[in-house]
Structures are given as C-alpha cells and as structure tokens.
Design a protein around this ligand. Sequence first.
Ligand code: AHR
Length: 678
Amino acid sequence: MNTRTDNTILTVRTRSLGTWTIAAALACMAVLIGVRPAAAQEAMIDVAADNPGPAISPMLYGLMTEEINHAYDGGLYAELIRNRAFKDDAKQPVHWSVVASGGAAATMTLDRENPVNATGLPVSLKVAISALPNGGRAGVTNEGYWGVPILAATKYTVSFYARCEKGFDGALTINLVPENGSVAGPWTGPVTIGEQWKKYEITLENSNLKTPSKGCLEIVTNKPGTFWLSQVSLFPPTYKNRANGNRIDLMERLAEMRPAFLRFPGGNYLEGDTIAERFDWKKTIGPLEGRPGHRCCWSYPSSDGFGLMEFLYWCEDLKMAPVLAVYAGYSLRGEHVEKPAELKPFIQDALDEIEFVTGPTDTTWGRKRAELGHPAPFALHYVEIGNEDCFDKSKSYDSRYAQFHDAIKAKYPQLQLIATMRVNGRRPDVIDDHYYRSAVDMQHDVHHYDKTDRKGPKIFVGEWATVEGKPTPTLNAALGDAAWMTGMERNSDVVVISCYAPLFVNVNKGANQWNTNLIGYDSLTSFGSPAYYAQVMFAQNRGDVVLPVKIDAPASKRMTVVRKPRTPRPQKKTEKPRPVTIDPLYATASRDKATGEVILKLVNVTDEPIDAKIRIAGAGTIAAQAKAIVLTGERLDQNSVAEPTKIAPHEETIDNAGAEFARKLPARSITVLRLKAG
Ligand code: AHR
C-alpha cells in the first residue's frame, strides 16, 4: 500500500492485489486546522522521581527490515552491480549496455548454454565484438543502482566469471566511468581470459579522481571476438570489512539508533506474493553462485545476496538481538497451507531455521552454519510466526499458529513466540501490533496501552510510523512519532519491543514502493529524516525505569483538528470527517540507573512555544547544569539528499535546572532533558 498525505492533499492508494492491505492497521489521515494557540502557552510538568513505575524494556527500540524500496539490493547490501547474474529479466540483460565507439561493432545477449552454476548462475552474458578498429572501444557497461558511486581514494573489489571463444586473443580491462564519461583510467591492467569459466578478482583504485560521481562499471576489450561474463560483482569497502557486506554510511546511521534488535526478514517480504515467492531461507545461504534469488513482493527481483547469514552478521555487527520471523504458511495473494500434513514441511523449515541460528555444531543446521564460517550459535529469544495474518481471509491463522507454536515450544521452550494477531487456541508470549497513521491519530491515541491487561501477552509494536511525507517523513510526522513513543515508553512493562517501518528508502524515481520511510539514500549519500532523529533521541535516552509525569497544560491550549475520513479496506463505510481534540504537549520521564540522571522527553506539537515549569520530586538535588537535545523546525520540513540535515537535533547546555525550573519548549519541538540528580 502506498499512502501520501500532507496538509493539503490526501490520497490513499492501495496495491491492487485485493488480498493485501494494511487498512485495518492504517488509521485515518488528518489535516490540522484551526490551531489557535494563545499568545503565551504555559504548562506544569510534575515528575515523581520518588514513585518510580515499571522498568523500561531494554529491547524497547529496535529495527524492522525487509526488502522494500531497494532496502538491500540498491541499499544496505553494498553490491554495486545491478543484475549481476543476468537473472533480473528472462529476455534482456537489463541494466547492462553495449559500449561500441570509434567504429567498433558489438552485441550482447543472454546465453543459457554452458552455465557456471545451474542453480544460481544459469545464464551468462555473451558479448560478441565483430569490429574493433585501432582506437575504438567495445564491451559492456553496468549502470548500477541508479549510478555506480565512484569515489576517490577508495578500493573497490571487482569479481566476475569469464570465458572466451577459441582463438580470442583479446584481454579485458575493467574501468569505473564517472558521469562525465571520462574513464580516468585504465583502472586495471589487461586481464587475459581462457576458454573455461574462471573467477577473477581484482582491486580497483584510482587516485586521480577528485569528485565523487555516479557512473558505471565498464568491461571492455582490445580485440574483436566473443567472450562471456557471469556474476559480475563490485564492492566498495564495507562495514567492518565484511565480505559480501554492508554499506558503511547506512550501518553508521543505524548504529546511532542503538537498536536492541532486528526484526527480519519482514514484513510482506517474508510472505511473498505466493508461497513460491516467500523468503525461502534455505535458498539464501551458502555461496552466492548457488543462490537462485527470487521475485520480491515489492515488484522487483531480489538477488538474495542478502540472505539469512547476512541478516545474522548484521545483528552481530550492531550487537542487535535477532527477532526472527518464520514463514507461517500464508502468502499475500491468499495462498495458504493449513492442514497438518501440508503445513508440516513449513514447520520443519522453521525448526531447521531456528537450529541454523542457535544450534550447536553437532546439529545438522548448526553444522551448516559452522561450515559457512560461524561456529558460534547466535542468541535468539524471539521468534515471530508469520506476518500480518489478519489479512488471511481464510481465517486459518489460529490453526496455523497453534501448529507452529506447539512444534517450536516442544523443541525450544525457552523461546518467546510472537503471534501476528490475537489468537484463541494458544496463548502467545507476545502479540505484534502494527500502526501506520497520521500525526494527529498518533497523538490522539497516545494512551493506547495505558489500560492494556498486564496479565495478557506482551506487546511488540512491530511496525509503526506516522505516514506523512514522501519518501521520508516531515517534522510533523516526527512529532506524531515522538508523542506515540512517549506512550510506548511509559507502558514499556507491556510494550516490550517496538520498531518503526519501513526503515530504508532508495529515493530515486522508480526505486520506492512505500511513501514514508525512515532513512533515505541514493548511491552516493544518505540522510536521516526528522523521524529518524526522533528515534535516535528516544533510543539514546531511554532510561531504565519509568517515572510518572503529570502534565497540566490548560485545556484552552488543546488543538482542534479534523480527521480526514478513514478509507478502510475492505471498504465498510467511509467515516465522516470529524473534529478531534489533541493535547499540545506530550511527555515521558525515566531514570538512568547507571548515572542516576532523570531523563525527560517533551513534545510540543503546537505552533507556539510553551513555557513549561518543570518540577522533579524526590530526586534529591538536581544540578543546575544539564543537557538538552532539541529537534525543531517547520511542520512540513523534510530532509533530503540535497539538504540532509535541514532538520537535525542540536544540543544545548542548560544552567538553570533544579528541582523546579522553567524551560521554554520551542514550537513544533521534541526536547530531551538529561538532569543530573542525587
Ligand atoms: O512496512 C511495509 C509493510 O507494511 C510491511 O511489509 C507489511 O508487514 C505492512 O503491511
């Protein structure tokens, strides 16, 4: 589903699959109107440090991820060659072009004869050069994912399989060609190839380059003749130098979020449009040459270069706990498997997957993991069974869940099992709730979990976002998110884990399928949205125990907003626009056990500053000097590749803090105060 909303336009477009929608979770959109703040706003904020509430879950803030918006291929996965194995299109070598200049003549075609590997590399690229006069150039280029990033002083690793026809006495040269077309090379010496497939691996570096550029990779030769290429790969340096690893800038942005866990591999990506297109984990491990890849449900091919092992390494690199979602027998277009005999192989796949992640090396799948280079098991506490099974019209989830639950609990009683909706037959440990809403709805529903039954299953808010702003959120969305997070944090005894979705978006035209996404990038640069900074501010300042907060903002400062009609699917009835009242100010407080600090997070959603009087009871002396982190700006401001930090938090030092002090909260702002107490 795509949604778009801003202050004047609202459209909700739904994927025309009929069987797929998140409408039940997608709340109404809203337009702020009639925000009539008085000239001066005042609020009393009372924090009861002497009456601490529940512990805040250390797992509260994590990451949700799936292949959507070119999150992995063309995103986090550092591979720079698009359609490296020539499988993206059965007929054409898409994203590849012929180079033939200076009187040269060349063609390229897909060739299924004599493949390198029938499973993973069943097709190769045949490059036939019929004429190549002196001074001419001939070969092929790859455009990458909206440009191959070419950077100065950077070591690239290029690898490829190649072979040639008998009698071909040319050699290959591999170049990176910047946008302006000047090769600034040659980047490699001549690579002589033979009649049999052989893998070549070469380091490319060019110290003459000055300006970063989006270009392409070129493989050219100096003689006429025919040669074949397969699995052409190009990697820049990766995070922690992992082979087949991740983009450094994106990993660094994620590290800033201090994520406690990673929910993977979806999302809809787990389910696939059909059973055949699910995330079939066994096909995503082992050498790349043997991974067939599959069509991802977001309408583009997934190379599966980013497979189960890569998810686990990602967890390891950022010290995140894996929250593993296992395929549960339902796919997006409605195919489902429910009968025990038919579901059994899928349950076995899930058990094998858990064994692959956690099993010692004397188990079948633990041994496999060790063979792939990781003998140590990964620690796993949470397993999610399926994704958004409320959309399964056959209503088979109760029965499917029970079968998975029983089999997993029998073998792994220590695992916490997450159900994707309320079920009757078994009691899950955790329920996964999803919310995609307007800022107003987030703010309006901030007390959602205040009254949740503490004796029931815990809650995983496994996907949530204020969906305002495209391709990344506005500041207004960040205000909705921040208000919502105060509610989750305050209720963290029941909301034990949560993660925003989607995480990533490649901002190039045609690269994204979802409107509002946390972190944007093109091939050269990346940026965090205002909502990203809100996440960073909350996660870096989580605290360990909730402190009760009372906010007394005069009722006259509340805002009237009109909620746009809901457009639920399947369409039942369209709601009439109706005014609702939302609070001007949201807050949560916590205590950092290690430092004793009182942490106060305050969200002013109005267009006027709020003069707040803050009182901290029972924390002893509060030092006058304190730290404030503030995010503010215009309501519809967004960050972008061109303006990556238009909205970004800044730090201030306060020197008037105390057990009672005044603080002006800027209009449209999120403020974190860290107060030294004791
Ligand atoms: O986050 C985008 C999609 O929203 C997820 O794939 C799906 O679970 C939800 O409907």
